[in-house]
Design a protein around this ligand. Structure first.
Ligand SMILES: Cc1cc2nc3c(=O)[nH]c(=O)nc-3n(C[C@H](O)[C@H](O)[C@H](O)COP(=O)(O)OP(=O)(O)OC[C@H]3O[C@@H](n4cnc5c(N)ncnc54)[C@H](O)[C@@H]3O)c2cc1C
Length: 387
């Protein structure tokens, strides 16, 4: 058993940490408050190769795995820049295209995803399906060689900054019963595709959208893979990377919050010469949060190494557990940090309450804590499915 990163992974972690710190949380917050995107950070990370660490070298990537991408997600978040689009574009879209796309699709999209010049976001959630994606109502029907897509999606992140959206649909002849998904790469400016920005209580430079697809016409090669049979494995291919990287983002955010609070409580003095951190009522909740974050990190890197070793089923269990643990740990860490900072905790300047919305959302998206508990109850504990 080995808990050490390789020297290359160590170097990557240090380099990403340095990049993240150069931008920092004030940059992230300023972009969010002025309704701008973190374009400079994204492009610099792309130029330095951090967005493509998991993409094969023949398509311009670093040739690493989800472990490397998790390190990137964690370190940027630990510097106060939790970029959700890392989870969507390099983790989900690049994995799906790399593993199940055609050679043409790989050549067309992966180099741009690797250098950050292209973003592909991901649309599965629907207003009437929610957690139950067997109920997806977005339908793809053939029209000659073309496809026509009709349906609605909701809470889709980053549509305003992406070139394409990877849409999960079902084919017309499979509109009921068990889902046989078909995935399409849809240009965000395709005629018939409308987006409407949602007002979310999350301070973030990344936005969520409702999408309306009204007979969006797509060429045959917009379908992921050589045939409709690629749909289900393609959809599942995205799930483990999504859970592992979003968990890494949560753990990084937790580290950031604990670190901020610890710095503050070690120096803040309101009772004579002793720091407030010397009081166990302040220090223990922070120490508890630090333990939870570190436990989540263990499960994240276990899941990542299982995934990179091709052990998908085991990675599925660990990835779900990691996502659950990191979601809870991040929410606990940020809330505990706010409390430890007192009034300062609620200011923008101290940069912890600014993360409350994001970590709260991390217990819901991209898969809720309840759906993970359902998964664990069913697949680990052998319980009957109740829904
Ligand atoms: C910030 C943010 C970004 C997002 N980005 C994207 C994106 O880019 N692309 C995308 O496709 N989606 C995205 N989502 C959507 C997200 O994946 C969904 O919100 C999530 O899967 C839950 O679906 P829902 O909101 O419809 O909740 P529902 O399915 O309506 O569930 C509501 C509540 O009921 C619980 N529940 C439902 N069924 C069960 C059950 N059987 N047992 C126990 N509890 C249950 C859920 O856990 C939840 O707490 C995003 C959401 C947020 C908040």
């Amino acid at each position: 058993m080995n808990f050490d990163l390789t020297p290359e992974q160590d170097q990557l972690r240090d380099a990403v940490r340095a990049l993240g710190r150069r931008y920092g949380h004030p940059y992230f917050v300023a972009k969010a408050k002025s309704a701008e995107h973190t374009t400079e950070l994204w492009h610099e990370a792309g130029r330095l190769g951090y967005l493509g660490v998991n993409i094969p070298t023949e398509y311009g990537g670093g040739g690493g795995g989800i472990t490397e991408l998790a390190l990137v997600c964690e370190e940027l978040a630990a510097a106060g820049c939790p970029l959700l689009l890392l989870v969507v574009s390099p983790a989900i879209a690049a994995t799906v295209i790399n593993k199940h796309g055609t050679e043409e699709q790989r050549k067309k999209h992966l180099p741009g995803l690797a250098d950050g010049s292209q973003k592909i976001v991901f649309a599965i959630t629907e207003p009437d399906a929610g957690s139950n994606f067997h109920r997806l109502g977005t339908v793809a029907r053939r029209d000659g060689d073309d496809w026509l897509l009709t349906g609605r999606k909701v809470y889709i992140s980053g549509v305003d900054e992406a070139d394409h959206v990877l849409v999960v649909a079902r084919t017309e002849d499979a509109s009921s019963g068990k889902l046989k998904p078909a995935l399409f790469i849809v240009p965000t400016d395709a005629p018939g595709l409308e987006k409407s920005k949602l007002d979310m209580e999350i301070l973030s430079p990344e936005n969520q959208f409702q999408l309306f697809l009204d007979d969006v016409r797509l060429p045959a090669d917009a379908l992921i893979g050589e045939s409709l049979d690629a749909g289900l494995p393609a959809l599942f291919a995205g799930l483990n990377p999504e859970r592992i990287t979003v968990a890494a983002m949560g753990a990084g955010t937790g580290r950031y919050a604990v670190e901020k609070a610890s710095e503050y409580t070690a120096t803040r003095k309101v009772w004579g010469g002793r720091s407030i951190g010397s009081h166990q009522g302040v220090a223990h909740p922070l120490a508890h949060a630090a333990v939870q974050v570190e436990l989540a990190r263990l499960m994240i890197y276990k899941a990542a190494s299982l995934y990179d070793a091709g052990r998908d089923l085991e990675a599925g269990v660990s990835g779900n557990m990691a996502k659950y643990a990191a979601g809870e740990a991040a929410a606990l860490a940020v809330d505990t940090a706010v409390q430890a900072l007192g009034g300062a905790g609620m200011t923008t300047e101290y940069g912890v309450a600014t993360l409350l919305g994001a970590v709260r959302a991390g217990r819901i998206a991209p898969v809720s804590r309840e759906m993970i508990l359902n998964f664990v109850a069913q697949h680990v504990l052998g319980q009957d499915k109740s829904y």
